[in-house]
Design a protein around this ligand. Sequence first.
Ligand code: UD1
Length: 454
Amino acid sequence: MRIEGVAKQKKSMNYQDALKKLTSVNQSQLLDYYDELTVEQKKHLLTQIDQIDLDTLKIQQQLLKQPEQQVLQELSPFPHPPVSGNPIDFARGKEMIADGSMGCLIVAGGQGTRLRANGPKGTFPITPQEHKSLFQLFAEKTAAAGRQAKRILPLAIMTSPSNHLETVTFFQEHHFFGLDPQQVSFFSQGTLPILDEAGDLFLESKETLATGPDGNGLALHHFFQSGLWSAWYQQGVRALNFIVIDNPLADPFDAELLGYHQRCHNDITIKCVSRKHAQEKVGILAQLKQKTVVVEYSELPKSLADDTQPDGSLLFTYANISLFCFSMDFIKKMAQNPALMPLHKAFKAVSFLDNNGQTQQPTKPIAWKFETFIFDLLPIAEKVSALLYPRDQCFSPLKNYDGDDSIATVRKALQNNDRRVFSEVTGLPCGAKLCEIPQGFYYPTPEFLKEWFS
Ligand code: UD1
């Protein structure tokens, strides 16, 4: 197991340096309660102040002053991508996985607020019968893909400062769900300051600056900075399969995607599905000035989301599901320049310290959070294409406690997919009974099938 530190240790900042830094940008209010703090609390606050990147802060403040960009009218629909199911790409990808050309990165730093669950989202017990957690499911998929490839496959997990320790401990307590601890690496994403309506930094408690996660867009930058890129590249990894923790139908070692990615010599290959309906909360794939882009659902005007073709079908047909294959060479090129990633702002309800020194938790939005999005790498890349997959085989996100994309819908999708794969692999019907199959069915080997049929 390889664990990259959550916060890189360097010489700690003192009060005078902090005051100087903050005064230079008119933000010394962060030290208003400094004298009331304990030694530990002072250290914590000074570390946070030390971590503020003033160039990024300037960009954040400028973003608040800028009018919304109006380029969306120039968007055109994404051309129809080829459909998955090409046995040659699949066979080629399988060979490449067996050669050690692919590693998998799971981004698991999100907060999972909408799911109303405590702790890292990956620890959520999701499978319908055995209640395996998302982490267990992906670990078992990785182990099964490794048995098929006859090698130990590398898996990296991006956490956040707030769930890093809990995530690592979860894996340790469960003995890595049968994986070799050496094949699993953890590294943490970063945070960005939250700004109030005037564009100023503020405290959420006397000793803590209000910050939020920096989004999944810097995942490849953090992956590179952690040293994993070099380690994996030296081992022969040439493509990274990027998956999100909250979609249990994601395939951590997708042979066809890799085979197609290789055939197209892509920087990025997008795994996509058709949108279900105009209100679905997914980013849409589009083209802007000959480049591939995704417009996030939260930033998509209703008129564009609803836009239809003469036959009544959606004009912007394809959904981003945050599954990608990245070439390692492309990662190296862009990861060294995080400033390429634009920031997205959202007005949110966040905790703040009021004028009486009390922390308040408003229910209404009061401040600006900033995030980077992974799909903003698409227009930066030179060679991008997409592969269209059947939705029921690859996409059922766990976002909400109930309703759409919830625990119930995900469990149903997992069950349906297990039934389909069981019948495909064995030629037997699965019946209507609750059925949960081992992940070996998804990456079958002669040994697995022999054992299963005996
Ligand atoms: C995401 C996609 C959206 C897509 C939808 C499909 C992004 C930016 N948006 O939206 O286009 O249609 O999924 O379900 O990817 N994460 C981190 N750190 C962070 C924030 C997120 O690791 O700071 C991880 C989450 O753990 C999760 C994934 O990124 O695994 C997606 O993040 P989330 O914020 O849930 O994105 P959505 O709004 O659902």
